[in-house]
Design a protein around this ligand. Structure first.
Ligand code: NAD
Length: 446
């Protein structure tokens, strides 16, 4: 049995037992042809029913996720559950539109299901990341074997109940609990899997791709990030820093797209640090259920220790801790928010994914220098740019080697393709691009 620990109370709140990968893959293979053969409108109706079930279950799901991984309740409601609802709705809507094959000369191009999908997900947005795979995979006519994170697996069981209640046949969505190794590894290397969709760390993603390779199984990887928030000299510094700090600390910094590097012109560095420190001081730590809490605990003791190790390394490498070392609640895996100032862009703290509430402020000399620094990590998942001149910001956004960029705080769009380049992985989730990830292209010549 794997115990599930509430990271705010350090109490065991449940347990799961490792599942049988072979049995789950066999169930998914058996169910796939009939599921794919259902008319589009029928699959859409089942997704609508799932959306209704999820909507009704949303308050309880938010509490469950908050309890298993520590997100403050408003974040759990709005982001953790809210994004999952938006994704199911978008996939139902997509299916409700008639299929219109693309025409190229005398060919019609169809999008067909890949077959059986292995979905392997992390603990930071457990339901959202699951639904970002399961909803499009099911919409396209695939069946799924899902291995949730061993740290936060409880929402997957709840999702399975809702899938069944929505009239989605047995075998279409299967949950297999277990650790990454052996259970996740067994799934990634299973010959009965047609596509592995993985979200997690770059290190595990690399292993998953290697395990899938002998079977020539398709792989989509959503991995880590070290995203840059570039504040150009003419930007409204107060707004850019405030939004930047909020983005970095969301979900206690356990967000793959977090803007963990704030790039500021050298003439405005000290002013930016002052603003960031003032913003960080407002991040009250505490009970995720308390409405005053803005920063919950990290998801596990291991994650807390990893983050503390990164902070120590940052200090040892000479970064200035402009804010940090605040008192943390006596129980729970809390880490106080940190603002590092004057960070060397090549230092480990500016290169490695911390996955905690740690912001590094980096000076740049001019715009070319800013673009060079922004692009000088192995990662390329997200990013931001701020300028009084939107076109200028857009031109800079085009220079950033990354999967998505927000200009002047542009809102997250749940229909836009989501994914990375470089060590942030390959493949796209969400919207039409996310749907297409779970399809195979067929050309029919007429
Ligand atoms: P992790 O890589 O340790 O685990 C992710 C999942 O992979 C878990 O289910 C785990 O059990 C499984 N796993 C681990 N080793 C495996 C192996 N050898 N074979 C098969 N499966 C294996 O990551 P985590 O600690 O759960 O999550 C944090 C990481 O996820 C961060 O690096 C973060 O950036 C990344 N992440 C990326 C995105 C994205 O969309 N790009 C989103 C969220 C999180």
């Amino acid at each position: 049995m794997i115990d599930i620990v509430n990271p705010a109370t350090e109490q065991v709140i449940g347990s799961v037992s490792p599942g049988d990968v072979d049995a789950a893959v066999a169930a998914a293979r058996a169910a796939q042809p009939a599921w794919a053969a259902l008319p589009r409108a029928e699959r859409a109706a089942r997704l609508r029913a799932l959306l209704d079930g999820l909507t009704e279950a949303a308050p309880g799901l938010a509490e469950l996720i908050s309890a298993e991984m520590g997100a403050p309740l408003p974040v759990a409601r709005k982001v953790q559950v809210g994004l999952a609802l938006a994704t199911v709705q978008s996939m139902a809507e997509l299916l409700e539109r008639p299929e219109e094959p693309e025409r190229i000369g005398n060919s019609e191009i169809y999008r067909e299901p890949v077959g059986v999908v292995a979905a392997i997900t992390p603990w930071n947005y457990p339901l959202h990341q699951t639904v970002a795979k399961v909803a499009p995979a099911l919409a396209a006519g695939n069946t799924v074997v899902h291995k949730p994170s061993e740290v936060a697996p409880l929402s997957a069981d709840r999702l399975a109940e809702l899938v069944r209640a929505a009239g989605i046949p047995d075998g279409v969505y299967n949950v297999v609990h277990g650790y990454g190794d052996p259970t996740g590894a067994e799934l990634a290397g299973h010959p009965g899997i047609d596509l592995v969709s993985f979200t997690g760390s770059t290190a595990a993603g690399r292993k998953v791709a290697a395990l899938a390779a002998p079977n020539l199984t398709r792989v989509a990887l959503e991995l880590g990030g070290k995203s840059a928030n570039v504040i150009l000299p003419d930007a409204d510094l107060a707004v850019a820093v405030k939004v930047g700090v909020a983005n970095c600390y969301l979900n206690s910094g356990q967000t793959c797209t977090a803007w963990t590097r704030m790039l500021v012109h050298e003439s405005r560095h000290d002013e930016a640090v002052e603003l960031a420190v003032a913003a960080a001081a407002k991040y009250t730590m505490g009970d995720p259920a308390d409405p005053a809490t803005r920063l919950g605990p990290l998801a596990s003791a291991a994650q807390r220790d990893r983050v503390l190790g990164h902070i120590e390394r940052g200090l040892a490498d000479g970064a200035t801790m402009a804010y940090g070392k605040a008192e943390v609640p006596p129980v729970g895996y809390y880490v106080a928010p940190v603002v590092f100032a004057g960070v060397d862009p090549d230092a480990a703290i500016a290169q490695e994914e911390v996955f905690g509430p740690v912001l590094s402020i980096i000076r740049y000399r001019d715009e070319d220098d800013a673009a060079r620094i922004a692009n000088a990590t192995r990662y390329g998942l997200a990013g931001a740019v701020w300028s009084a001149d939107r076109d200028h910001a857009l031109a800079f956004a085009r220079r950033m080697r990354t999967g998505q960029v927000d200009v002047n705080g542009g809102a997250f769009n749940p229909l836009a393709p989501f994914g990375g380049v470089g060590h942030s992985g390959y493949g796209r989730e969400l919207g039409v691009h996310g749907y297409e990830e779970f399809t195979a292209v067929k050309a029919v010549q007429l």
